[in-house]
Each structure stands twice: as structure tokens, then as C-alpha cells.
Design a binder for this molecule. Structure first.
Ligand SMILES: NC(=O)c1ccc[n+]([C@@H]2O[C@H](COP(=O)([O-])OP(=O)(O)OC[C@H]3O[C@@H](n4cnc5c(N)ncnc54)[C@H](O)[C@@H]3O)[C@@H](O)[C@H]2O)c1
Length: 351
């Protein structure tokens, strides 16, 4: 049984969704939608999708659409995902699920009330480096994870467009890049409840549009004023005492860097930049490097796996596992970090 898919929002990341659906025999791409109708037409042609619309409402009311990918700017995730669920569609929503806690609570309610699936596009969970780590972790190889540290720094990587406009993005690198690495650590830590967060944000450099001869990921949408942070650094504390430290930037006087590490009482793992497991046996330290095709995050395989996983959810073979409840917990963590950055004090996370 194929799942009939519509993709809503057809900018840069939608291309990865469209490619992965196109290559998956379990998916039938039936419609594409973007408020920029010219872009929608171009994507329709590019991927051979005949039904092209500028209105998401048309997708919601179309009985020939079973499920949607939501690839619009962050602050539009909540209304579009909720309307799709309430119209009876399964939903794959790009990260972050929402930018506020009340919106996330509304999505949790919508999933409960409709019985439809909502899956968050935490693509990094589905790349082989994370899948292998999870398998070792579930077998108890690392023991209890009590600390995680994640860094995703771009020297000059503000994507521009809506990403820089806090009204549409909800924030800068923390909510855009930080969400990926916070989620990956949190997921591998066993998704403990967050109890507090402390953070700081800085914006002395701006979007650094002056930088030449350097390719960067760019939003397809038009330029807007830059009102987000350049750099965020934070610590999240969890029930049971575990901590997660995170640092992330769009603009920073630093080299580009990605690092994702978890530390347990029996062993640790570096998931990025290259999978490596660290442990001790017979009074000797061991570095164990799994032999897999890609030791770092493989974007193409990650997307292919994520889409295949979503299609299995749509067919009812497995439940959603990057759920609205998890999106709500992420909204709590990100909101607390931004609040802490404003107040200059640690913020308790209450529910
Ligand atoms: N998973 C990842 O690695 C990853 C990477 C980049 C972006 N993203 C996420 O994907 C989403 C989109 O980012 P992007 O880089 O593709 O942005 P983009 O600006 O390139 O594309 C967004 C598109 O949404 C369209 N749009 C805006 N409002 C709409 C509406 N109401 N209905 C239909 N279309 C609408 C815009 O016209 C534009 O074409 C964001 O949530 C972002 O955080 C995820």
C-alpha cells in the first residue's frame, strides 16, 4: 500500500523530502504546495507532481492526500500541522515542532483527539552513526549516561531569509541548529525530564553577509532583517542529575565545528564528528571505531531513513517515535534557555 503524500513549503529542505519520497516505492507524491506559486510550479515540474497549489487548505480538504510533510518557516509549523491533523492527515513536521510551549501542548492535544500520527523531522536520529550508537546504548554498553556535550558552530552560516527574523523563526542558531544536537543527546540519554536550564545568547556579529567566497545553506525565501542571536550557549539539567551542555552559532569567530558526545558510567560515545566509542577493559582504555559507511552524519541516508520510517508510521506498522510529547519537552527546554538568557539566571522548568 502506498501513502499519498503532499509536501507543504517547497524551499530548500523540502527538496530533501521530495527526493526521498520520490525514491521510496511506498510513497506516491500527489501534491505540492507553497504560497510562492512560482516556486510551487517549479518544484512540481522538477519532481513530476501534477497537483500544484498555493493554499494549504486545499491540501487539507483533498481526500486523495493521506499524509503531509510540513517544511514551512518555524512559526507556521504549529497552525499548519494542527490543521493537517484535524483534517485527518498524518504529519511529518520539520524541527522545531513548535516555537512555544502552548503551541506544542495544542499539538499534543490534536494528536490525542484525532488519532493521527505526528512525527518530528529529527533527521539526525536516523543516520547510521546515531542508529549504531543507540543499539549499543540499548544493550547497556555505556551504562547510565550522566553527561552530554554538543556543539554545532558555524563561522558565517546564518541562512538569511526568515531564519534571521525572530518573528518567523522564533530564534537563531539555538532553535535552528541547537534543536538537532539537543534532541540527539536527549534521545540517547533516554529522554529524561528537563528540570532547569541556564543559557546565554549573544549577537555582536550579525548575519555576516559581507563574507565572500564561502558557500552557506540559504533559505529560499527573500531576505529579511536579522533579529536573532549569533551564538547561544546553555546547560540543561535533568531529573536524576544528568546534564547536557550545548553551544551553537550562526556567526562566531571560530572554526566550523560539530561535536556530539555522551558520557556514561561504563563508556562514552562521540557521535559527531566521527563515531567513536570509548571505554575501559582489563585496566586498558579502548577506543572502538565501528566500521560503517559513514562515521559522521550522512544527510542523504538520514533523510532516506527518516522518510521510510515516516511511511511505516503512516501504514500503521510502527507508532510515531519522535512524538508531539517530545516536541513539547523540546519547546520547554528551548523556552527556558531563552528566558534564562534574558534574565541572567537559571530557569526552573515546570509542567
Ligand atoms: N532537518 C534539517 O536538517 C533542516 C534543515 C534546514 C531547514 N529545516 C527546517 O525546514 C523548514 C523550512 O526551512 P527551509 O530552509 O526549507 O526554508 P525556505 O525558506 O527555504 O523554505 C520555506 C518555504 O515555505 C514557504 N511558505 C511560507 N509560508 C507558507 C505557507 N503558509 N504555506 C505554504 N508554504 C509556505 C516559503 O514560500 C518557502 O518556499 C524550517 O522549519 C527549518 O527549520 C530543517
Amino acid at each position: 500500500m502506498t501513502t499519498r503524500i503532499a509536501v507543504i513549503g517547497l524551499g530548500s529542505i523540502a527538496v530533501e523530502h521530495l527526493k526521498a519520497y520520490q525514491l521510496n516505492p511506498q510513497a506516491e507524491l500527489v501534491a505540492v504546495c507553497d504560497v510562492d506559486l512560482e516556486r510551487a510550479k517549479a518544484r512540481g515540474e522538477q519532481f513530476g507532481v501534477a497537483r500544484v497549489t498555493g493554499s494549504a487548505e486545499e491540501i487539507f480538504s483533498d481526500p486523495d492526500v493521506d499524509a503531509v510533510s510540513v517544511c514551512v518557516p518555524n512559526t507556521l509549523h504549529a497552525p499548519i500541522a494542527e490543521a493537517a491533523l484535524r483534517a485527518g492527515k498524518d504529519v511529518l513536521v520539520e524541527k522545531p515542532m513548535t516555537v512555544t510551549v502552548p503551541e506544542a501542548e495544542a499539538l499534543v492535544k490534536a494528536v490525542e483527539e484525532t488519532g493521527k500520527a505526528l512525527q518530528i523531522g529529527y533527521v539526525r536520529r536516523y543516520a547510521p552513526n546515531a542508529l549504531v550508537t543507540k543499539r549499543f546504548l540499548d544493550a547497556g554498553e555505556f551504562g547510565d549516561i550522566y553527561a552530554a556535550r554538543a556543539t554545532l558552530l558555524r563561522t558565517a552560516g546564518n541562512p538569511g531569509g526568515w531564519f534571521g527574523d525572530v518573528e518567523l523563526s522564533g530564534g537563531g542558531p539555538l532553535i535552528d541548529l541547537g534543536v538537532h544536537i539537543i534532541d540527539l543527546c536527549w534521545y540517547l540519554m533516554g529522554m529524561p525530564k528537563a528540570v532547569s536550564a541556564s543559557g546565554a545568547t549573544f549577537a555582536p556579529l550579525g548575519a555576516r553577509d559581507n563574507i565572500q567566497n564561502l558557500t552557506r545553506y540559504k533559505a529560499a525565501s527573500a531576505a529579511r532583517p536579522n533579529t536573532v542571536e549569533d551564538f547561544a550557549t546553555a546547560q540543561i539539567r535533568f531529573e536524576g542529575g544528568a546534564v547536557l551542555d550545548v553551544a551553537t552559532s550562526f556567526s562566531l569567530h571560530a572554526r566550523n565545528e560539530i561535536s556530539v558526545r555522551i558520557h556514561g558510567d561504563k563508556g562514552g560515545a562521540e557521535i559527531e564528528p566521527e563515531l567513536l566509542m570509548i571505554t575501559e577493559r582489563h585496566d586498558t582504555l579502548l577506543h572502538v571505531q565501528p566500521q560503517i559507511d559513514s562515521l559522521g552524519f550522512d544527510f542523504r541516508i538520514g533523510f532516506a531513513n527518516q522518510i521510510d520510517h515516516f511511511l511505516r508510521i503512516c501504514r500503521g506498522e510502527i507508532p510515531a517515535d519522535a512524538t508531539a510529547e517530545q516536541g513539547l519537552e523540546m519547546a520547554r527546554m528551548l523556552t527556558a534557555i531563552y528566558e534564562s538568557a534574558k534574565s541572567g539566571a537559571e530557569v526552573a522548568i515546570t509542567r
